[in-house]
Ligand binder design. Sequence first.
Ligand SMILES: [Mg+2]
Length: 257
Amino acid sequence: MNPHDRLSHVKAIYFDLDDTLCGYWNASKAGLRKTFELHPVVGKSTDELVEAWGHVFQKFSPGLKDNRDLYESYLTSGKETRTLQMRYTLEHLGVSDADHAERWSECYMEQRDAHLVLFDDAKQVLDSLKGRYPLGLITNGPADIQNQEVDTLGIRSYFDNIYIEGEMRVGKPHMEVFERAALAVHCAPDELLMVGNSFGHDITPAMEFGWATVWIRRDSDVPPSSKSGLPEPVPTEGPMPTMIVSSLIEMLPFLNR
Ligand SMILES: [Mg+2]
């Protein structure tokens, strides 16, 4: 089925937040640099500190959900895991200083938020679709940080439904999240569209549940820990999204409700 036919069935649209609507990794990188400039480590450049943070993030982040107590804490507030990540970064550099880790953690949270911006195409697409479709947000991450992002960006009023991993105590790609989102707008799976940047968290599960999908691939979608400096590659086999776009504007001609 071509995108026009597939998207003509859509009655409600859900968006992911980070690196779909706003530049999370851009904000993260700018926030880290500012933090390390304001609170340096003797003998280390800002580049070295960002690299150390990325190295530790690659090891620390994937196992987070396996540590039950830590994951429970993370769902409510990003503070404990963020501060641990800073402590491990310092330890990786041979520095043991809990107070410095606390300062970094607080400063990074503030600076990342200060650098968080809505993409121009996201603003245009939300303005265009608001009132024509029920719109929703499905975002993974701690309740405090995700709510802070929504308010910093000033986008809360666009959405009829906002689902945050920290508030639901379950996140994408879990089926429960998508079922709950579908139920809220009384739509069958083929009447729903998921728009997201993560193939594994947004696109694959939505395809599995029968939703239409728009996969946004942005050049800026690169974590500080990336070795390649490139966004997530397009898979060479398996089911493919309804559309792959580099700007959200590209899907508007197909959504003419
Ligand atoms: Mg995302």
